[in-house]
Design a protein around this ligand. Structure first.
Ligand code: AHR
Length: 646
């Protein structure tokens, strides 16, 4: 060993010794003990019973290719620069055929085009047809029945039957098949079902429709659904609905977001075009770059609410488009005002009303509950400064017909007329973790005299596609502040809620729940939100804290019905935080608490589609005997503690 090498080694040993002793110092490092005093008998303000809800829109393939369980991509055969997206021509052996979009024929006035297949030669061995690859695959499970339908028309009666198959991409094995008897020469709907046997769960499959004779075939609205949540026909994906239900939401803000507005005035969310039979829905261009089929239409949104036992926070269009166009208040805005009034009637009217009757015709005679109506979205972007007048016009019309509902403005309103005053203002926050920690006192000293607050969109954003643990800490810190201000913040919803994680599917990171065709996962932030919403009281007791680090956050709420203190402790720092908690109004005796702890080793740690459960809450049930207890909240840790007080 040369002297030089020895010197190098010695340096490394030294560095190792230094770093390991630094490491053990860091491991042992803890902040000084903080003192938290909670007077659980002294409730100083109420907490809104509606605080936590969901926000939704068509973004990141949230509906088409997401929650809406339709498995066929581009079921309405729209043509893109590369052809009819999602569809491929199948020509087996020596068969000969061509496929194109036909702009001259379709099954309805809403769907006036179709996919045309010109089959020059085909036989039982050499079939011709089309295949669909789904939204990044078609998920197939064992012993499952898939229900489908399509509209078809044949050039003449000799085309013969069609065969529909689910086929494995990898092995070409037929996983399920069904024969559809002869197709007629006028447009008609055909329903079918496909049942799998003992197959391995996989999304590497495609749907195929083939013919065995020469002729011409037109297809439109080809559809296939797996079993859905609550078995709704053409309904929603089970795993995603179950994840949302576990968030204990109280409302669903719908239909957006930017999705309400559209890029241009022509693209507004014209809800009347999204109801009724699917074949009568034309679809529309959504602002997040892709076409919305509107299979997930307005009634499907409302049934989504019903299935989650929540009520809609209904956003009505207010005449502003994302690229800056606006509708002049006054005469020009009137059709949109009427659309908003009609929309509320569709949601809440009984069957004697025009739109209540329409809802009954669409399959849902019972009205839906409603308390909140939002007018527009993010109108602070509107440089024409017409929101005050647009809000006033829509608010006055809504209040005339429905004085019982609370109206939400998306920006402060300067109008002075009483009927034009909002009940709530919708504030949006998208922040980095550090900026979210800095935001936590935003509402502490805000006036309690004006409109209440709807935090209609909020998220800590650094992870992609879904929040990492640093984001979860930012979100948890923010939730402690919303709970503390639960007398002012009446409702709040994280955004965006959903993302398909396949390459090219997402337009906006960071999103709460990720999925591909087959499976889904909750981000660390998702679990933090589940815990916060499931453990919350209806009043905030008086509390004080001293000696805590700058990145330590807490919220205390008490449930008056069962006398439980819900304590949330968030340590976003990189050192442990010891804390002494002193509870006034704590009955002596053994109290079994429930603690849920969410922890990760770093800000960057996360869950993903391939590692969906890397970070999960861990539950424990320690007993407390005294009104004072000591707890060490580890670094990068979120704790939700329920303590029975009596
Ligand atoms: O949540 C993503 C987008 O952010 C919403 O569509 C919009 O309202 C906001 O700007």
């Amino acid at each position: 060993m040369t002297l030089k090498t020895f010197g190098f080694l010695r340096l490394h040993v030294l560095l190792f010794l230094c770093s390991s002793s630094l490491l053990s110092m860091a491991q042992k490092a803890a902040a000084p003990t903080a003192q938290l005093n909670i007077d659980t008998g002294n409730i100083v303000s109420p907490v809104s019973p509606m605080l936590y809800g969901l926000m939704t829109e068509e973004i990141n393939h949230s509906y088409d290719g997401g929650l809406y369980a339709e498995l066929v991509r581009n079921p309405t055969m729209r043509n893109f620069w590369s052809g009819v997206e999602g569809w491929e021509l199948v020509r087996n052996g020596n068969a000969d055929a061509e496929m194109m979009q036909d702009k001259e024929t379709g099954p309805s006035t809403a769907l006036t085009t179709s996919l045309k297949l010109v089959i020059k030669s085909a036989s039982a061995i050499d079939e011709v047809g089309v295949s669909n690859s789904g939204y990044w695959g078609i998920p197939v499970h064992a012993r499952t029945t898939y229900k489908g339908s399509f509209y078809a028309k044949a050039g003449d009666a000799n085309l013969g039957p069609l065969t529909v198959r689910l086929i494995s991409d990898d092995t070409n094995a037929v996983l399920a098949q069904v024969v559809i008897p002869a197709i007629t020469t006028s447009w008609s709907k055909h329903e079918y079902s496909l049942t799998t046997g003992e197959v391995a769960a996989s999304s590497k499959n495609h749907l195929q429709i083939t013919a065995a004779h020469a002729g011409v075939l037109w297809l439109q609205l080809v559809s296939l659904f797996p079993p859905t949540y609550n078995n709704r026909p053409e309904g929603l994906r089970v795993d995603l609905m179950e994840r949302m239900a576990a968030m204990h939401p109280h409302f669903l803000r719908l239909p957006g977001g930017n999705y309400l507005e559209g890029d241009t005035l022509a693209d507004w969310y014209d809800w009347k075009k999204t109801i009724g039979p699917r074949v009568d829905r034309p679809g529309h261009q959504a602002p997040w770059t892709y076409w919305s089929t509107d299979g997930m239409g307005f009634l499907e949104f409302l049934e989504w609410c019903e299935d989650l036992h929540v009520e809609p926070v209904l956003a009505v269009y207010a005449g502003y488009a994302l690229k800056g166009q606006h509708v002049e208040p006054g005469h020009d805005l009137e059709p949109y005002v009427q659309a908003a009034v009609d929309e509320v009637e569709y949601v809440t009217g009984d069957t004697s009303t025009k739109w209540g009757a329409e809802r009954a015709k669409d399959g849902h005679p019972a009205p839906f509950p409603l308390h909140y109506i939002e007018i527009g979205n993010e109108d602070w972007f509107d440089k024409s400064h017409t929101y005050d007048a647009r809000f006033a016009q829509i608010a006055e019309a809504l209040r005339k017909h429905y004085p019982q509902y609370k109206l939400i403005a998306t920006a402060p309103v300067k109008e002075t007329k009483a009927a034009a005053q909002p009940d709530l203002i919708d504030d949006h926050y998208y922040k980095s973790p550090a900026a979210m920690f800095d935001l936590v006192h935003q509402y502490d000293n805000a006036p309690r005299t004006g409109p209440k607050v709807f935090v209609g969109e909020w998220a800590t954003r650094s992870g992609s596609p879904t929040p990492n643990f640093g984001d979860a800490l930012g979100d948890a810190a923010w939730m402690t502040s919303m709970e503390r201000n639960g007398d002012l913040i009446e409702i709040a919803s994280y955004a965006p809620l959903l993302t398909n994680v396949n390459p090219g599917a997402m337009q906006w990171p960071t999103d709460l729940i990720g999925y591909d065709a087959l499976k889904s996962y909750g981000s660390p932030s998702y679990y933090a939100q589940c815990l916060f919403a499931a453990h919350i009281g209806d009043g905030t007791p008086h509390s004080t804290i001293s000696g805590a680090g700058a990145r330590f956050f807490y919220s205390a709420t008490v449930s008056s019905s069962d006398h439980v203190l819900h304590l949330k402790l968030v340590n976003a720092s990189n050192v442990d935080q010891p804390i002494a908690v002193s509870l006034a109004d704590f009955a002596a005796g053994k109290h079994v608490a429930q603690i849920n702890t969410l922890h990760a080793a770093s800000f960057e740690a996360t869950n993903s589609i391939t590692s969906p459960e890397a970070i999960l809450p861990v539950a424990s049930s320690p007993a407390f005997k005294d009104s004072e207890f000591h707890e060490v909240v580890g670094k990068f840790t979120i704790q939700v503690i329920d303590i029975p007080l009596k």
